[in-house]
Design a protein around this ligand. Sequence first.
Ligand SMILES: O=C(O)[C@H](O)[C@@H](O)[C@H](O)[C@H](O)COP(=O)(O)O
Length: 254
Amino acid sequence: MTDRRVVVFPSSAELGPALAELVSSRAEKVLGQGGSRFSLGLSGGSLVSMLSKELPALPNLDCSRWLVGFCDERVVPFDDPESTYGLYKSQLFPKLNIPKEHILAINHSLPVEECAEDYAHKLKQTFPDDQIPMFDMLLLGMGPDGHTCSLFPDHPILQETMKTVAPISDSPKPPPCRVTMTFPVVNAARCVVFVSTGGSKAPVLKQVLEGGVTPALPAACVSPSQGELLWLVDEPAAAALTLSVERPGPGAKL
Ligand SMILES: O=C(O)[C@H](O)[C@@H](O)[C@H](O)[C@H](O)COP(=O)(O)O
């Protein structure tokens, strides 16, 4: 059973710096324990602006041994405002010293099926010793329907067990063509961190964390088999929760 922590912050103004500190401290830990790199999976949504503001604000952050991939991606050109890679490329990457060749982007010019295969191949090459690519940390968001990555409720790819990356050409949320890590990859990660803020997430957060919905929503199926699971949320998102949560004081380390 995954050790799950639910950590509530007054608002995203307090959550953002704590998230950046968490990512940085886990990177230091992995690299300090002899790891040759720190592998991090990014998601889109509000994480883009939060990370772009808070990571560069950390003093002396050295990302030269970070390896960055994407938990899911929209199959659109990088200069399309819908491209998650494109957003990070303009907002975050110029502010960090991640070597360009350590950023795993999709090949958006391929048809969606081939794009998924190509991205799966890149993961295989990047994690040659892992049967399933094992990221040190994945950062995830959750939609109001309970989706995470591009794993949407009731979609057949929720059952995928063979592929590490799946194509989707009928996403209920536009754009329709996407590629996404599958549950086997998400649940192989050493640490998964969800970030969810705002009162519009309160009902779905309660369903995901406290159960009661059958079949379980995609975000509720994230349960790293050997890793940690953290939910970082703000008070408005946590408003309906009755389970016990952590409320760290200012500057507390996670
Ligand atoms: O590809 C997408 O459609 C989005 O990236 C989406 O999956 C997002 O991550 C969630 O909806 C959470 O969004 P927020 O971070 O804004 O809550």
